[in-house]
Design a protein. Structure first.
Length: 208
């Protein structure tokens, strides 16, 4: 399909008239993948979309607003992914949360541009679905063993985000590790939850 370009300007990508916003989102994702969220200008996004430098202002105030829109879309997709992994907490909360953690890591690996925008575009942390899933897990615990919900959600989020960041880099700074991110996540969750005094069964292949 041929994408007409505004004013005959050339660029790596063009857009269909009336769909400029989507063209700019695609351009931002391409540039984030190449340079990171802070590595390109609003004008570069316009060039990548094949439009004039002034065209993006029809839809976005500036580059930050474009990144926030990309991040919000990422969170929408992220929420669907994690909700599907949770499966209503079946067959038990710990197994379900293990699935959520692995789905988190898979999303970071398969959607690195969205993931970068989500956590580096200034979107409030409360928008993060993992916090909601951790709250569900806490609610299933016996009252006498429940830690403060906010404390636990932040601990779990930091754990997931840290592992995803360690293994999700696609540049030269990426390192090799002696275990997979899934194995690291499982071990860390078991240690953390048992440290809270909870009786957690081993999470094996049957937990996926």
């Amino acid at each position: 399909m041929s994408w007409p370009r505004e004013g005959g300007r050339s660029g790596p990508r063009g857009y269909h008239h009336g769909n400029l916003r989507e063209a700019l989102i695609r351009a931002a994702l391409e540039l984030i993948a190449q340079k990171g969220p802070a590595g390109f200008t609003f004008a570069e996004a316009a060039r990548w979309a094949g439009v004039s430098p002034a065209a993006p202002y029809r839809h976005f105030r500036d580059r930050d607003e474009l990144l926030i829109d990309v991040g919000r879309r990422g969170f929408d997709s992220f929420a669907v992914t994690l909700d599907s992994a949770w499966r209503g907490g079946r067959p038990d909360a710990f197994t379900a949360f293990d699935r959520v953690g692995k789905a988190y890591l898979q999303f970071a690996k398969s959607e690195p541009a969205y993931y970068s925008a989500m956590f580096e575009a200034g979107i409030p942390p409360k928008a993060s679905p993992p916090l909601q899933e951790a709250e569900r897990l806490v609610a299933t615990m016996p009252t006498q063993h429940r830690p403060p919900v906010l404390m636990m959600t932040l601990h779990i989020w930091a754990l997931l985000h840290g592992i995803a960041s360690l293994f999700g880099r696609g540049d030269a700074a990426r390192r090799s590790f002696p275990m997979s991110p899934e194995d690291l996540l499982e071990a860390a969750l078991l240690i953390y939850l048992r440290g809270l005094g909870l009786s957690v069964p081993p999470l094996g292949p049957g937990s996926s």
